[in-house]
Design a protein around this ligand. Structure first.
Ligand code: SF4
Length: 415
């Protein structure tokens, strides 16, 4: 079913803290009740879940068993290494920098607002599970949120929701001291944010009047690629279809030609002109949705051919899956066999050793606190031997200005 709206939210609704940032970006992505929601438990989500459980166990008992928890969730191989790495990072940051501020830490506290935000007759409640909270008294509280993903941006509203929930729990006093700490485990640093009653009141107003009052305001953008209703969202579909159509027709008025013309005329000086950045951001977004639509369409065709077999296409042909066997050597078993007929240098010339894998192995074996040193020492030795070939690749990224500044003023970042 394709549906663009309206969003028929007529009853009371509860919004989870983890979805509030998406709610601010595109309200129907969270509020719509007319679309089919497709939720999938992907590997990064499972890794995040296990890391959170390990961290909770560590905060409560000073120990965790990452392997046992991974096996419960069916995680194997590199995923287990990732869980171990992130869980140890959480334990390290907790012991060294954070635990001293949490006098009576409580893990995984579920909380729901008692006062609804009423908009257009609908009563909206907020809820969330706070990873660690402590000292929740009449006017003071501190809480922490672990982040196990790669992105260290776009969580401000989730943190505000937790602070709001604690404030609501306190009875909404006007003088409060609420501190939130968000720990980015992949990047090994944390941010500290302070909240007061004025900020939370202003945020509640913003949520009510600029977000919940516009439940049908679709805003296609980069988040579409992760949206639960993307497969039936007409607004996203229009962007994808329009974008592909513009590319194919070379539409001189559209984003594609506009973007190409902008690129052609761009110089070191005029790149700062108003609108240039927006044109290029929009261009990248449309390219990414087209890419993802094409990838999904190919996967769908493959899955269908697997399910139903060859499909006739006209009188003379049919569409089918062609199977190609991909062979690769298992190095530890292949090398003893190859030595019968090849010299070591021939074997080396035919081999490819992953530097990332090597670094993971050596740092996995190095004692805690020495991993960086061991890795750096090995890179130095490999460099001396001329064993590292370097080349440069370029990929397009959009980096927030705040992130760039933070890189040079990392008061709370670990190296
Ligand atoms: S697919 Fe995009 S435009 Fe549609 S609801 Fe989701 S985020 Fe909004």
């Amino acid at each position: 079913m394709l549906a663009r709206g309206p969003t028929t939210m007529t009853k009371d609704a509860t919004i989870r803290a983890s979805s509030v940032d998406n709610l601010f970006v595109c309200p129907p992505s969270i509020l719509s009740t007319t679309h089919n929601r497709i939720t999938s438990q992907n590997t990064p989500a499972m890794i995040g879940k296990v890391v959170h459980e390990c961290a909770a166990a560590y905060v409560e008992s000073k120990k965790f068993d990452a392997d046992a928890m991974c096996s419960v969730y069916g995680l194997v191989g590199e995923d287990v290494d990732t869980v171990r790495k992130l869980a140890f990072c959480a334990a390290g940051i907790w012991d060294r920098d954070i635990s001293k501020y949490f006098t009576r830490p409580q893990v995984e506290s579920s909380i729901k607002s008692s006062t609804p935000i009423t908009v257009n007759g609908v009563q909206y409640y907020l809820s969330g599970t706070i990873d660690v909270a402590s000292g929740v008294g009449a006017t003071e509280a501190i809480f922490l949120d672990w982040k196990s993903g790669f992105v260290d941006d776009g969580y401000a509203n989730q943190m505000l929701t937790y602070a709001y929930l604690l404030w609501d729990f306190m009875g909404r006093p006007q003088t409060i001291s609420i501190t939130g700490i968000v720990v980015f485990l992949r990047h090994r640093y944390f941010d500290v944010v302070k909240y007061d009653a004025r900020t939370l009141e202003a945020w509640e107003y913003d949520l009510a009047h600029n977000v919940l009052e516009n439940p049908d305001k679709f805003s296609p953008g980069p988040r579409c690629n992760y949206c639960e209703i993307r497969s039936s969202c007409e607004a996203r579909r229009e962007v994808v279809a329009g974008s592909i159509d513009d590319i194919l027709s070379g539409n001189t008025d559209g984003w594609y030609q506009g973007g190409m013309d902008t690129l052609k005329d761009l110089t070191d000086v005029n790149k700062y002109n108003d609108g240039v950045g927006d044109i290029l951001s929009d261009m990248m977004f449309r390219i990414s949705v087209c890419d993802s639509a094409i990838k999904s369409a190919k996967e769908m065709i493959k899955a269908t051919l697997k399910r139903v077999g060859p499909i006739p296409c006209g009188a003379k042909s049919q569409m089918d899956l062609k199977e190609t066997e991909v062979k690769s050597l298992v190095a530890e078993k292949a090398i003893p066999v190859l030595r019968d007929s090849m010299s070591d240098s021939d074997i080396a010339a035919a081999s490819r050793i992953s530097l990332t894998k090597v670094m993971q192995t050596v740092s996995g074996r190095a004692p805690r606190g020495k991993k960086g040193e061991v890795r750096d020492g090995l890179v130095e030795k490999l460099d001396e031997a001329g064993a590292i070939r370097r080349s440069v690749q370029h990929r397009i990224v959009e980096v927030s200005n705040e992130e760039e500044e933070a890189d040079t003023t990392t008061s709370e970042k670990e190296s």
